[in-house]
Write a protein that binds this ligand. Structure first.
Ligand code: CP
Length: 309
């Protein structure tokens, strides 16, 4: 299918909205960008980065991505510096800012905020994380990193480990991987299991998955273990958080019992779920993964603004 020009004006809100062809097209463009085929593509384009929740990688990689291929950006890095503090609604903010730019990249603490913003925006909205719901640009860079590392995604055994309940990155990544022929192992304490709606999505696409509480013998088959931080900020009850804090960790000792070639991924930031002694092993992929945010976000911003067709 020829998708040339298909993404112009398109919102990127959730993996529920993306077909496999569309995902593959974005990844193909990201590989082209990484191979320097689209230098200066964003010349003349202005982007807004509205971050109403803390971020290091997503905001800074979007901003670095935009400027390094000729675009410009303005933004909010902290809701306390915006008129939201005076009681302005998100919808009024978006209606206003969409008149200033070619696309808006937004992170917000509330699930559904990106969709609500898209309803009133005159320019594309790229969801940079909405509460515990979705983080589609993270999942795209995760897919890109897996494909770059292994050459393909089909046929892989992938473990998702940690806070599968509140971790929006694993919700998006699960839905993304559901387009491929993969076997998933969901590794989480009972309190942090994958939500029912995400599992129903996997079932509807006939994705094989197991649910276990901690790493066991079967995990020797895994090609990738994607670890997530416990999302302390999303717990209504801090006592519940205390019950699961520190309940899983990857260290050099853990690696000794796994496939020697297993790749450890993490969207970052990490707290204590990957010991820093793993960082210098050939298994650690997480900082490389974070750096792949640049070509993937360059491709995405360029596609929705029409800078790349
Ligand atoms: N992976 C990720 O979303 O990191 P930040 O919260 O630092 O943006």
């Amino acid at each position: 299918m020829d998708l040339t020009g298909h993404f112009i004006g398109r919102n990127i809100i959730s993996f529920r909205d993306l077909t496999k062809d569309e995902i593959e097209y974005i990844l193909q463009k990201a590989f082209e960008v990484k191979n320097r085929q689209h230098e200066n593509a964003l010349a003349g384009k202005v982007l807004a980065t509205l971050f109403f929740e803390p971020s290091t990688r997503t905001r800074l990689s979007f901003e670095a991505a935009i400027t390094s291929i000729g675009g410009r950006f303005f933004g909010i890095a902290d809701s306390s510096s915006s008129s939201i503090m005076k009681g302005e609604t998100l919808k009024d903010t978006i209606k206003t800012v969409s008149g200033y730019c070619d696309a808006i990249i937004m992170r917000h603490p509330y699930e559904g905020a990106a969709r609500a913003a898209a309803d009133v925006s005159s320019v594309p909205i790229i969801n940079a994380g909405d509460g515990a719901n979705q983080h589609p640009t993270q999942a795209l860079l995760d897919l890109f990193t897996i494909k770059e590392t292994f050459g393909n995604i089909d046929g892989l055994n992938i473990g998702l480990m940690g806070d599968l309940k509140y971790g929006r990155t694993v919700h998006s990544l699960s839905m993304a991987l559901a387009h491929y022929n993969v076997k998933l192992t969901l590794i989480a304490p009972k309190l942090l299991r994958m939500p029912k709606d995400v599992k129903e999505h996997l079932q509807s696409r006939n994705v094989a998955y197991d649910e276990i509480e901690c790493i066991n013998e079967e995990c020797k088959k895994l090609d990738v273990i994607y670890v997530t931080r416990i999302q302390k900020e999303r717990f209504g009850d801090l006592q519940e958080y205390e019950r699961v804090a520190g309940s899983y960790k990857i260290s050099k000792a853990t690696l000794a019992d796994l496939n020697p070639n297993v790749k450890i991924m993490h969207p970052l930031p990490r707290v204590d779920e990957i010991d820093p002694d793993v960082d210098d092993t050939p298994n650690a992929l997480y900082f490389h993964q974070a750096h792949n945010g640049i070509p993937v976000r360059q491709a995405l911003v360029s596609l929705v603004t029409g800078a790349i067709k």
